[in-house]
Design a protein around this ligand. Structure first.
Ligand code: C5P
Length: 215
């Protein structure tokens, strides 16, 4: 039997990443941060100067890249890029290239290879709908753009960085809009996903809801 998969999808800042880590830790399973794969690919595109809408050039570029993850670090062709892929420029480029079918196709096998025993917790936008439709349990975490932007602002200030809430709300809305309206693998809950609005819940409560559902 193939190893089990639990998927967590949802928009930016809904808290999927944290819950996915907590769950993978608790179960002793592997974890896939699929957004990080798209982000490393976008960084490579930015650096190479390929147009972010140039599907052909991107489809040629992606198979030449060596994208790896270990010990919580992201690597592009042997260079650690964990910090660089998190900035807003890279996030925006990411959602642009992620809208292209050839880009998504090129990154599919890389994502599915994370499925290894004893199991996988996969975090992203289309984990339950496209990449692992046969997943054991599926979750869709969401919250309003305002709440997600406030969380992001808090994260940034903890890192000693400042930003304007209105700018963050705008960035989040632009990214949601692109992710939701793209024709391939749009952001949406799988028909069999449990939808959790994390707006009024703290991390502990969300995690308890998830554990209760899979128990
Ligand atoms: O989750 P994260 O914010 O790191 O994702 C960055 C971007 O990557 C998203 O806005 C989305 O455009 C893209 N993405 C995607 N499919 C995934 C994961 C991320 O299209 N499974």
């Amino acid at each position: 039997t193939p190893s089990p998969v639990i998927t967590l999808d949802g928009p930016a800042g809904a808290g999927k990443g944290t819950i996915a880590c907590m769950l993978a830790d608790k179960l002793g399973w592997h974890m896939l941060d699929s957004g990080a794969i798209y982000r490393v690919a976008a960084l490579a595109a930015l650096r190479s100067g390929v147009g972010l809408g140039d599907e052909k050039a991107l489809a040629a570029l992606l198979p030449t890249l060596n994208i790896e993850f270990n010990n919580g670090e992201a690597w592009l062709n042997g260079e650690m890029v964990t910090g660089e892929i998190r900035n807003e420029t890279c996030a925006s480029a990411t959602s642009q290239i992620a809208a292209l079918p050839a880009v998504r196709a090129a990154l599919l096998v890389l994502q599915r290879n994370f499925r290894q025993l004893p199991g996988l917790v996969a975090d992203g936008r289309d984990m339950g709908t496209v990449v692992f439709p046969e997943a054991t349990h599926k979750f869709y975490l969401t919250a309003s753009a305002e709440i997600r932007a406030e969380r992001r602002l808090k994260q940034l200030s903890q890192q000693g960085l400042s930003a304007k809430l209105c700018d963050l709300i705008q960035d989040i809305n632009a990214r949601d809009e692109r992710d939701t309206n793209r024709p391939v693998a749009p952001l949406k809950p799988a028909a069999d996903a449990l939808v959790i609005d994390t707006g009024s819940l703290d991390q502990t409560e969300v995690f308890a809801t998830v554990l209760h559902y899979i128990a």
